[in-house]
Design a binder for this molecule. Sequence first.
Ligand code: S3P
Length: 168
Amino acid sequence: MRIFLIGFMGCGKSTLGRALASEFKLTFVDLDHFLEEKFFRTIPQIFAEEGEEGFRMKERKALEEVACFDDVIVATGGGAPCFFDNMELMNDSGFCIFLDVEIDSLVKRLLHAKTERPLIKGKSPEELRIFIEGMLAKRRPFYERARYVLRGNEIPVRQVVDLIRSVS
Ligand code: S3P
């Protein structure tokens, strides 16, 4: 089994991914962490040194590797599905679940998040909301190519567990 959790920054991919991995006895891979270990640099460092373009190329390479792992649940970075043919790669090697969390929740979570995210660094709450609205509108067509979509303010682990049980 190979499952990819996709969705905007702050939608809960990593938290859910860890819980699901323990429920289904799968290995959990956080694509951002995998990439940081593979290239010996943090994401903010890669963005600062190589720009977003360099980061997206490294992200693609990391995704290609992870797409060959067996029995994994992968939390991808929020932008991963929207570059190259990453959606095809994920859809062909496993199945994707899009966590479609409402904008209000994304804003709240991102304002309180500890992880440094170069794309939203230094934004005020109002700037952050405008950024999310615009970026999510552009990314949605990619995300919606996932085999399954779960919507809500909060997506409970139980709901994802039931979905995976029903399809595997
Ligand atoms: C990004 C999301 C981040 C990380 C990078 C770029 C994006 O991952 O990959 O900062 O383009 O949305 P999370 O979705 O885990 O925050």
